[in-house]
Design a protein around this ligand. Sequence first.
Ligand code: PLP
Length: 386
Amino acid sequence: MTDRDLIYLDNNATTRVDPAVVEEMMPYLTELYGNPSSGYRFGQQISKAIDLAREGVAALLGCEPGEIVFTSCGTESTNTAIHSALQMDRDRQHIITTRVEHSATLKTCELLAKRGVEITWLGVDSLGQIDLRELEKAIRPDTALVSVMWANNETGVLFPLEEIAEIVRAKGALFHTDAVQAIGKVPVNLAESKINFLSLSGHKLHCPKGIGALYVNRRTKFAPFITGGSQESGKRAGTQNVSSIVALGKACEIAGQYLKHEATEVRAMRDSFEEGVLERISFAQVNGDRAHRLPNTSNLAFEGLESEAMLMLLDQAGICCSSGSACTTGSVHPSHVLKAMGYSDDRARASLRFSFGRFNQRDEVSGALDLVEGVINKLRRIAAAA
Ligand code: PLP
């Protein structure tokens, strides 16, 4: 199967690699195979390519290149930030996070709780927003880290990140944000921010899978998660994934050029799809804060239906979308994000996520609407006849 047979509306799960990114990385998979740590010119040439990629990532984030550490994925970046905060101060072994985080944070914190780290879980309201006063009150003298995602992968809901970072800094704790879904979709400028750590992942912004980065503010004390050689200025050991790093640099450069397109074109596609669903399909509802949301994401509940059945028929119809996050597909549990928002099991199980990207075309919206309407009507007819 190729993507020519599909309408791909699952860009929060992963994205198509931009051909310009493939072109940029190819030499580093073929003739430019030197080790960036080697002292001779063939190695130094590779090291220079990594430096350039670091500059590309830093430019998108509005930070200094020296504040970027390349990792293997968003999950590793998040684990690294959490690990570092706990390592740096033995007297601070308390973490605050939210109930709607991606499993990269959620599972890591659950595991740490079993090892004696105290975790405060912040709930969200029906729009998916946290209460900033509750957050402020939860910060203690022994709080090592507050970790709050920038944008939710399931609903697209955006947290008021800069405000959160200010609160955390004023209370003297460190702040990490899982910005895996935000980077490349909304503008980010770390130069003036109070964020200590930020995680991002290449495959959400048209770069290959298996490459990520962690922003570590230059004044933030840091302990590496992966130890060994002195790569990445001693912040992440292991010979670098050069081709993917080069790819990430290019992907970030292109993402910067497309930020306006995300805010206009991609948003317009998402909005016309969402409005079309609400108009044409009865008992459909949007999950999450529509006013504070990524421009590309629409999480919709189709009352009375089960996401599993909808996904199966949509797959047969050639539409890729998802229920919950891709990482938990296969689990029968209703989405922890929608549950945390106070929705019933039925509503959570009746929900689908559609996420658009810059490779979608406007004419796919009407095609997707017809197919989604057909699938929902068919399932409702079956349910009514049963
Ligand atoms: N955080 C969020 C919000 C995500 O959506 C994802 C991936 O779905 C991750 C972290 C994990 O990123 P990676 O797949 O690069 O480990």
